[in-house]
Design a protein around this ligand. Sequence first.
Ligand SMILES: *Cc1c(COP(=O)(O)O)cnc(C)c1O
Length: 357
Amino acid sequence: MKKHNFSAGPSILPQEVFEEASKAVLNFNNSGLSILEISHRSKDFVAVMEEARSLALSLLGLEEKGYKALFLSGGASMEFVRVAYNLLHQNGKAAYLDTGTWAAGAIKAANNFGETIVVASSKQDNYTFIPKEYTIPTNANYFHCTSNNTIFGTQMHHFPDTNIPMVCDMSSDIFSRQLDFSKFGLIYAGAQKNIGPAGTTLVIVKEDILNQTGRVIPGILDYSAHIAKESMYNTPSVFAIYCTMLTLRWLKANGGIAAMEKRNNEKATVLYNEIDRNTLFTGIAKKEDRSTMNVTFRLNDENHKEQFNAMWEAANINGLNGHRSVGGYRASIYNAMPLKSVQVLVNTMQEFEKSIK
Ligand SMILES: *Cc1c(COP(=O)(O)O)cnc(C)c1O
């Protein structure tokens, strides 16, 4: 039986995507070939790449606004490096908001290229909240933030206004809610959280922020080179991009980002209400910064751990354990997670409470 998959990443995708992709593994577009064996330069795959790029831009409302969409390899971690290489001027500086392990990783990568200014950090509180009082230096080359902190279950619900390019790691909440995406100079997202399998990263970049650093950038790390080659500078992750394109088609057919946001808010509300009501659990993230994608909570009494774990496993739930740096539980409820799976978790938490009393 199909499990209720609350994994943080790689993670759940729409069932329709699994079905369509599995057909393409055997016979793609009735071509007599598997998607796994065709050339990335074949007409059929070039069409997939074009559709994926154009769906990404249109769903975000960024068509004809000077943005390009790329599908690159190396994960979001590679973009920590590419962002700094492409945007941090020689002898320049970059501003970063430190809201979690991934933000800290981006800062560490940028330190190899120049000065980084951490405008604020919630590290001393194990990243349970999003700092809000900070000033972005206007002479920095860009400001980098992380919209959703996958590990800690916090999410930025407001973005600052700034005149310098805003770069955002949206790996775990892209396409989950409506935002004015034109506020951002560059957005990147590893596919394996909310849009596809591991192996590709979506990068959306406003072209006019590139080529200003004075650096010579090796082609594979140069966004302009990837733009010029239409994401085929080297062999792209054909299958991961195909699955991502299917997910974006599904997203569009199901009402786009507005409909996703509504469903995501419903799911998060149901789960947070139960965490707050249930006497055996406490939420981990500060309430005002709670994520609609990754819901973190813990048992008030760790002695009940084995019993609760046995109950959710028996309920056919997968992937609920928290990240090792946080402990407790983390329910990742990305776009593809149905409300009824969240309901199964809530029911299990209620049964557990009854069994303890
Ligand atoms: C998972 C994650 C990353 C790291 O992604 P990789 O593809 O493993 O490099 C970076 N940022 C965020 C917000 C993530 O959730």
